[in-house]
Design a protein around this ligand. Structure first.
Ligand code: SF4
Length: 170
């Protein structure tokens, strides 16, 4: 089960193309200027099975990607890893936001590493109000990185995405 805050079926702001964005409930980071503070409190969302979430995603026929947002998806890593596996098996590109950095997740627990391994793209790092930017596609502040997860896992060193759809080049 995942403790859900909400699902936005046809988002164009959480990654390239039409995507389904899944907002989880609960975040430990408490960034100043957070865009979604109502998701901070743990245990106050709607517990939902990963199978049900996949059904909801499939109700958006134009969506080719799914983005996990929050809240902190890596605080519910076991459920999200299972969800990502099911979505990948159905051909979706899967991305996740996290207040943790790539390096922090790699040094985290087994469930967090398992979720990381399922992702195509990670947008990492806390939101830093002083570094807020409107010029960084799909990121709120300049410290956050767009990471090609599968390339990064080959060496353990984060590989940032600098060309293509994720930086606004279609
Ligand atoms: S990680 Fe995201 S949801 Fe959590 S406090 Fe920071 S901006 Fe808000």
């Amino acid at each position: 089960m995942i403790d859900l805050s909400s699902i936005v079926p046809d988002s164009i702001v959480d990654g390239p193309g039409i995507r389904v964005t899944i907002f989880c409930q609960g975040c430990p980071h408490r960034c100043k200027g957070c865009h979604n503070p109502k998701t901070w409190k743990f245990g106050s969302g709607t517990p939902t099975s990963v199978e049900r979430i996949v059904e909801i995603v499939r109700q958006s026929p134009l969506a080719r990607g799914v983005t996990f947002s929050g809240g902190e998806p890596f605080s519910q890593a076991a459920g999200y890893a299972k969800l990502a596996r099911l979505l990948k098996a159905q051909g979706y590109e899967v991305a996740s936001y996290s207040g943790y950095t790539f390096e922090e997740i790699l040094a985290g627990d087994d469930d967090q590493r398992a979720l990381l391994k399922e992702l195509d793209v990670l947008i990492d790092g806390r939101f830093v109000l002083e570094e807020r930017s409107l010029d960084t596609p799909f990121r709120g502040s300049r410290n956050q990185r767009l990471i090609n997860v599968q390339e990064s896992l080959k060496t353990g060193i984060p590989v940032e995405i600098t060309t293509g759809r994720w930086v606004g080049q279609y």
